[in-house]
Design a protein around this ligand. Structure first.
Ligand code: 5GP
Ligand code: MN
Length: 327
């Protein structure tokens, strides 16, 4: 355990001396956002504290099967009275999509490079494979037993944030924590089935349509995928159903990076980027005002789609050519 980190002790002291907590994370929450928040919420409740989770967007549908997810409150502002806000897995307060947290004592726990240190306590660790690894440390330092609920959410967050143990952020600690979670009663088979094998038919058809229209750049190393509202409607799926689709082109040996354009409205697109190994696509997302991690980033951009595609693919080609040799 990393109790030598001074921020962990600060968090422990701040939690012990307070009673009512509001928890949040980034908009369009992913598995790490949901898992980190719920692991923390269950830990606080075990200590006899009050813990409410407020998010601006609902959890991805497959995660509704996990304990406590259905009780997350959806709102764009926080109205109640709390002794502290614990924001996890979120680089800046605006990305919560919920206003009002700045009124409280803010504890910021995150692993995104570029975190804006917006809290009274800021614990940032880019080496964590998931924010839930950091939550695990806090739970342990608080002396809270690792219940099955807490362990399930920590494991869920690691499983999803590492892309099922695919990304380079994984460390020996990742497996130590997963080992502890399994010893605490987590069933990895059941978690994987709930996360990955609970799709609807519209999702599968939409995957087919989007992958059928996929383009490959001239180098053969970059996949370009695209979805708009019309494609989703025709397949009987929704944009939420495209969650995870971006990882599929990466399963092709030669493909080193994927860019996924989702039309929002008119010329506005949500862009997701993924890469393998040392191909750093985070810098590209940042150039467009977004962010994320070396192998998984995103941004929102506007313009004619052909131009946007050409510009981003060009930048990815440079990232592939500029990486250290051999990886
Ligand atoms: P996704 O492509 O799944 O939306 O996001 C991949 C990663 O990039 C996640 O870690 C997410 O937090 C981060 N990310 C996505 N979009 C944005 C954005 O607009 N701004 C920032 N700072 N990070 C983003
Ligand atoms: Mn994360």
């Amino acid at each position: 355990m990393t109790t030598s980190v001074p921020e962990i002790q600060q968090i422990v002291d701040a939690v012990r001396t307070r009673r009512r907590f509001v928890l949040s994370s980034h908009s369009r929450p992913d598995g790490d956002a949901i898992g980190s928040q719920l692991a923390m919420a269950y830990a606080l409740r075990t200590m006899g504290k009050e813990a409410e989770i407020i998010n601006v967007d609902p959890a991805p549908a497959p995660l509704m099967a996990f304990p406590g997810v259905a009780d997350i409150q959806l709102a764009s502002s926080v109205d109640g009275d709390f002794d502290a806000a614990i924001i996890m897995e979120c680089g800046d307060l605006k990305r919560t999509g919920v206003s009002g947290f700045e009124r409280f004592f803010v504890i910021n726990i995150d692993h995104h490079p570029g975190n804006e240190a917006y809290g009274q306590i800021n614990w940032f660790d880019a080496s964590a494979a998931a924010c839930s690894e950091m939550v695990y440390d806090v739970v342990r330092a608080l002396g809270v037993p690792l219940t099955r609920e807490i362990a399930t959410h920590i494991y869920l967050a690691i499983l999803t944030d590492t892309g099922s143990f695919h990304y380079s952020s994984i460390s020996p600690r990742t497996f130590e924590i997963c080992r502890e979670c399994m010893a605490a009663g987590v069933d990895p088979v059941l978690v994987a089935r709930n996360v990955y094998d609970s799709n609807n038919m519209g999702r599968l058809k939409l995957f087919g349509a989007v992958l059928g229209a996929m383009q490959i750049d001239q180098s053969g190393r970059i996949a370009i995928v695209y979805v708009d509202h019309e494609m989703a409607r025709a397949a009987g799926g929704t944009y939420e159903d495209t969650e995870g689709l971006i990882n599929l082109p990466l399963t092709v040996k030669e493909i080193e990076a994927v860019v996924f354009f989702k039309q929002e409205k008119g010329d506005e697109y949500r862009v997701s980027l993924r890469s393998k190994g040392d191909v750093d696509i985070n810098a590209i997302a940042k150039e467009y005002g977004g962010g994320g991690h070396k192998n998984a980033s995103g941004c929102t951009i506007s313009g004619p789609i052909e131009e946007l595609q050409r510009a981003i693919v060009g930048k990815i080609e440079s990232a592939i050519n500029g990486r250290p040799a051999g990886r």
